[in-house]
Write a protein that binds this ligand. Sequence first.
Ligand SMILES: [Zn+2]
Length: 308
Amino acid sequence: MYKSKIIFLIYALIGIFALAGCSAEKESNGKLKIVATTTMLYDLGLNIGGNHVEVKALMSPGIDPHLFKASAGDVNLMQEADIVIYNGLHLEGKMADVFEALSKGGHSVICIEDGIDSSKLLTSEDEGSVYDPHIWFDVDLWKDAAKHVAGELSKIDEKNAGDYEKNLESYLKKLDALDAYIKERTSEIGEEQRVLVTAHDAFRYFARAYGYEVKGLQGISTEAEAGTADVKSLADFIYERKIKAVFVESSVPAKTIEALKAAVDSRGFVTEIGGELYSDSLGDEKSGTETYILTFRANIDTIVNALK
Ligand SMILES: [Zn+2]
């Protein structure tokens, strides 16, 4: 009787250890679990983390980060992750308290804002001198973001630092090739035609880097709606400058740009809808634009083909 109790106890203990070992294995998979807020950061995390990470994006393609609210499930996902990557600069405007709680709780977070020298940032005077969060459409700034992610990952996971450095080096080369492609395509259009009219002000870094003028119907956040006065003055501008095309954005409803086109047309000059640009989200696999590089190439092709 006594002996069988001991044997039972031993089996029970083995069972518990086996279970514990099994679940730990299943949970970590040996890989760091990363949750990135936007699709751009999801892609960056994958490129730098490589085989050592498993990345999930909180937002799907086409989701507007300015308006995105984290659900209880999203918050859980972030709490269970080893690392959370977010843009900052108030891009994820409705999630500030979530990030604060995560970092207060000692959670590993990588905030891209911390990796970019503030002297390189643009501000919006109209919106109370707040920083413009759309840094990803200047490849140079995105290289800084990549370096920051590699540096932070190496601190968190020191034993794989060499691999993160290697991944970074190879990704920076691809980004240099992308930068060259954007400049080469831009040179196909005359300087006076390099004007980008879009639904919201997501392309000011792009404009500064590649020599375009930009006009967004809404400001740097999509939270405030464009008024009729904004539509009227922008329509006047397009009419006077005879701008061939305006662009809709994949993460913003098309109706404001359609209203703008109608206002220009009524002045007796036809401006075309030049196509859909990816602004605050990458494309999806179906569109073949599921990476940052493919998305940016698609954007520059759309812009140049419509304006030249
Ligand atoms: Zn935006």
